[in-house]
Each structure stands twice: as structure tokens, then as C-alpha cells.
Ligand binder design. Structure first.
Ligand SMILES: CSCCC(=O)C(=O)COP(=O)(O)O
Ligand SMILES: [Zn+2]
Length: 204
């Protein structure tokens, strides 16, 4: 399929994520920014590997209002939070891979430190394996407005970049466009797998 529009690129990303097995059952949600006011986000409860363009709903970023009246992702409030806080963000991918789910539980602190990996350079602006990349981890909650408020407060004193983990739940990551969000997702998933294997081998 030729990807002419951001929505077509996002749809292709959703199918790729499905093939990777990173969104089992109806897990995950994905969105793309339309402009300063609106984004398109996946409809709630669908298999994200089998979506068509009709499964993307327009949402107003500032209010979470859905002009169509249909039901967008239960985690819409996390996407609109990121679009509101980071105006340069063009696409957001939320996945439920085994590695992200397990690692976010094994790591009990508030952040996963990635250091020593060449693949850190898959993340925009990273130029060396010697740097530390810290992916924050927030405890899971069924109350999305409260989780969004917690992340917003955290972001007041920390740089919010690449993505965050939700403990026992999954990864939410983003980029300036769909291609960059895909690259960040693939890079972070690789780094999570390395980190898990390292901890298993080292018995940590
Ligand atoms: C079995 S998926 C549980 C809900 C969730 O975490 C998720 O990512 C999918 O929710 P949505 O409303 O976006 O389909
Ligand atoms: Zn989820």
C-alpha cells in the first residue's frame, strides 16, 4: 500500500504492530495529529491489527470532545495530554508487548534507565551509547484523567521525551510523525528485550 497521508501511514503502522504481536486481543491505541486542535484516534475495543480507516475518530485535543459521538480509545486522555504538552508530536503509539509489560513490573523504581546500547541512537537526538535514556514508569490506573494528571505533574519537572511505561500495562511512545513514532517504538522494544535478557542472565 502506498502511504500518501498521515492516516494511511498510521493504518500501516497499526497493521505492522499487529503482525509484531505487540497488541494482543484489543490492546493498544494509536493516533495522529490533524492540526493544533484535533487528532484522529482508534475506536475503543477493536483489534488494532485489523483496522480500517473508518476506525479512526476525530477528537478535540483540548477537551476530548468527539464530534461523531462514537467511542474513542479509553486512553484518549493520555494521547490528548501528550499532544497538548508537546506541540511537535505528530503521532502516538500505545502497545501491550510482553517485554514492556514484564519489564515495567520487574523495574520497581519510577524510571527504566537505558545505557550502554548502540540502539539508543534509534531515539531522536541520541548520539552515544554512553548517555542515559530514562523511560519513566507510572503505576497503572483505570482512572485515565487521574493518570493523565499525574503524568502532567511529573512533566512539569522532567523532560517528557520518546515515551513512558505504565506498570503491568504497556508502552506509550510518540514522534514528530508516524515514521518517527514507529522508529521509537521499534527501538524501545529492542532495548526492552535486551534489558530483560540481561537481567535474566545476570540474575538481577
Ligand atoms: C484488553 S485491552 C484493555 C484496555 C487497554 O489498555 C487498551 O490499550 C485498549 O483500549 P481501547 O479502548 O483503546 O481499545
Ligand atoms: Zn492499554
Amino acid at each position: 500500500m502506498i502511504e500518501n497521508t498521515p492516516l494511511e501511514a498510521l493504518l500501516a503502522a497499526c497493521h505492522w504492530i499487529g503482525e509484531k504481536g505487540w497488541c494482543p486481543a484489543t490492546g493498544g491505541n494509536m493516533s495522529v495529529r490533524q492540526n493544533g486542535e484535533f487528532c484522529l484516534i482508534t475506536e475503543s475495543g477493536k483489534d488494532k491489527g485489523q483496522l480500517t480507516a473508518d476506525h479512526f475518530l476525530q477528537v478535540e485535543i483540548a477537551t476530548n470532545r468527539v464530534p461523531s459521538g462514537r467511542t474513542p480509545s479509553a486512553e484518549t486522555g493520555l494521547h490528548t495530554l501528550i499532544y497538548g504538552l508537546l506541540p511537535e508530536t505528530g503521532a502516538i503509539l500505545h502497545t501491550h508487548s510482553v517485554n514492556a509489560t514484564v519489564l515495567s513490573r520487574v523495574e520497581r523504581s519510577e524510571g527504566l534507565v537505558l545505557q550502554g546500547y548502540e540502539m539508543q541512537k534509534s531515539l531522536a537526538g541520541q548520539t552515544s551509547h554512553l548517555e542515559q535514556v530514562i523511560i519513566p514508569i507510572f503505576d497503572n490506573s483505570q482512572n485515565i484523567p487521574s493518570l493523565a494528571a499525574e503524568i502532567a505533574e511529573w512533566a512539569q519537572s522532567h523532560p517528557l521525551q520518546y515515551g513512558f511505561l505504565i506498570r503491568g500495562h504497556g508502552l506509550t511512545c510518540w514522534g514528530k510523525n508516524v515514521a518517527e513514532a514507529r522508529r521509537h517504538l521499534e527501538g524501545l522494544e529492542f532495548l526492552f528485550q535486551c534489558e530483560l535478557q540481561l537481567r535474566l542472565l545476570e540474575g538481577k
